[in-house]
Write a new protein. Structure first.
Length: 249
């Protein structure tokens, strides 16, 4: 009996330790509530309005949620922190969030995405769409596509820039903490690529009238770092792209 009791205590201590570690790895969540309604079912969608999106005029402010780095956070990608903000919104009956501040990972700051968002309740939310595929109605019949290319600040190779190629053409110079939108008038299957000490490439099937988000970065290499290219889904890409401030030209 005593042996069983001692083993149970060890098990509980181990379980408690694991829970503490998991909590430490999760982002810090702070919620300020002004008003709440019935809890939304976890299957109900919560619309996300980005920093540059205009929220509906009839939106009712229920509170504010802030997702920060706890100091030990590891699982804190943009999709993760947005999902956590949506969960907080559902708890107080909110069916939309409006991101008011988005701090992406930084070489001198946190390695996490951190956001502050208003929790909103919007009547007939299904009538509102947050544009992620077409930002301009003129694109519907356009004879070009848009490439939104961006790069967050990063520790690995922060001072390393590289040329981004589409097939045989250089379309832009990618630098640290930078973004640019490029018109592409060549459709069909092609390749985006870049080279520093090694070459990185991704296939891209360009269709006129569409938008594409390309996330660039530099990973650790033997000498100057290696380029990394990712074709990001439009929903995530738009929010990510908006988080980088425009630089004065």
């Amino acid at each position: 009996m005593c042996y069983f009791y001692i083993n149970m205590n060890k098990y509980l201590i181990l379980l408690l330790g694991m829970l503490l570690i998991l909590n430490a790895c999760s982002p810090k969540i702070s919620t300020s509530i002004n008003k709440n309604y019935a809890v939304l079912d976890y299957r109900e969608d919560v619309k996300v309005f980005g920093v540059e999106d205009i929220e509906p005029d009839d939106a009712e402010l229920l509170g504010t949620v802030k997702i920060d780095d706890s100091g030990f956070s590891t699982n804190c990608g943009l999709d993760v922190v947005i999902d956590k903000a949506k969960t907080e919104a559902r708890k107080i009956g909110g069916n939309a969030i409006k991101i008011t501040k988005h701090t992406p990972p930084s070489i001198w700051g946190s390695s996490c995405h951190q956001i502050t968002a208003d929790i909103l309740k919007v009547d007939k939310i299904e009538n509102y769409t947050v544009s992620t595929a077409i930002a301009d109605s003129s694109l519907i019949s356009a004879d070009y596509a848009l490439l939104h290319i961006y790069r967050h600040s990063s520790g690995a190779g922060a001072m390393v820039g590289f040329d981004l190629h589409l097939g045989d053409s250089i379309i832009c110079r990618v630098n640290n903490k930078w973004k640019e939108t490029v018109k592409i008038d060549k459709d069909g299957l092609n390749t985006l690529w870049a080279r520093t000490e090694s070459k990185a490439e991704i296939p891209i099937d360009i269709r006129f009238g569409n938008e594409y988000y390309i996330r660039c970065s530099v990973t650790v290499g033997a000498f100057v770092g290696r380029p990394k290219l990712e074709l990001v889904d439009n929903k995530t890409g738009k929010l990510d792209f908006q988080s980088i401030p425009e630089k004065k030209k």
